[in-house]
Design a protein around this ligand. Structure first.
Ligand code: CA
Length: 235
């Protein structure tokens, strides 16, 4: 099944060029020229990746990304026109998986698209494997349960709200229980090779996760810090 890409760009010439070139790579393409219809298209089309321009009519790409991030874990590759947008793009507010600054070459764009889709595929395979290995669809650690098929986490049988990246991080930690995982390794596997950020991103997400799954987040028992190393999930 070919992967699906939603292209959100209001400059028609660029939208056409992106659609043409990505179709040629074998992807199924949907296009959208403004922020509002982009939201609708993303919900209907359920893409594997969204190429999202920032300056858009009706609703800008920042807002589109913020809304979609709450609803789906689809990878987002943002197109920026100005260097001063980059901090916001990679920051926690938007949390794009990657970005390209205009003007960019089609070859560069295709390379980034492939990298993001490869990462998403690996993540899916890893999740699939853990489902198979467990031969049921949940991972349970005492009063903490991760439901893999529903992407839901329960604490004392009550669902807790996790952002897509928090969920992916928790699942990754849980799948590597009792292993010391360096920040760099976590960053590479959960955020991807091409993520433009640093290991503090991991620390921030660990802090958020602890607030949600630890009894006392200042004395964490589940996700412990390994001095000079990284983190270890105890269960
Ligand atoms: Ca634009």
């Amino acid at each position: 099944m070919p992967e699906k890409i939603l292209i959100v760009e209001d400059e028609i010439a660029l939208q056409d060029a992106l659609a043409y070139n990505l179709k040629k790579e074998g992807y199924i393409i949907e296009t959208s020229g403004d922020g509002l219809s982009a939201l609708e298209a993303a919900r209907k089309f359920n893409p594997d990746l969204i190429v999202l321009d920032i300056m858009l009519p009706q609703m800008d790409g920042f807002e589109v990304a913020r809304i979609l991030r709450r609803e789906m874990s689809t990878a987002i590759l943002m197109l920026t026109a100005r260097d001063d947008e980059i901090d916001r793009v990679v920051g926690l507010e938007v949390g794009a998986d990657d970005y390209l600054t205009k003007p960019f070459s089609m070859r560069e764009l295709i390379a980034r698209v492939k990298a993001q889709l490869r990462r998403a595929r690996l993540l899916r395979e890893e999740m699939g494997k853990s489902v198979e290995e467990a031969r049921h669809e949940t991972l349970t650690f005492d009063n903490l349960t991760i439901n893999l098929t529903r992407r839901e986490v329960l604490l004392n049988e009550n669902p807790i709200q996790l952002k897509p990246k928090e969920y992916e991080l928790l699942l990754f930690l849980a799948e590597h229980r009792r292993q010391m995982l360096s920040r760099e390794f976590i960053l590479e596997r959960v955020w991807g090779w091409d993520f433009i950020g640093d290991s503090r991103t991991v620390d921030v997400h660990v802090r958020w996760l602890r607030q949600k799954i630890e009894e006392n987040s200042s004395e964490p028992k589940r996700i412990v810090t390994v001095r000079g190393g990284g983190y270890r999930f105890e269960g």
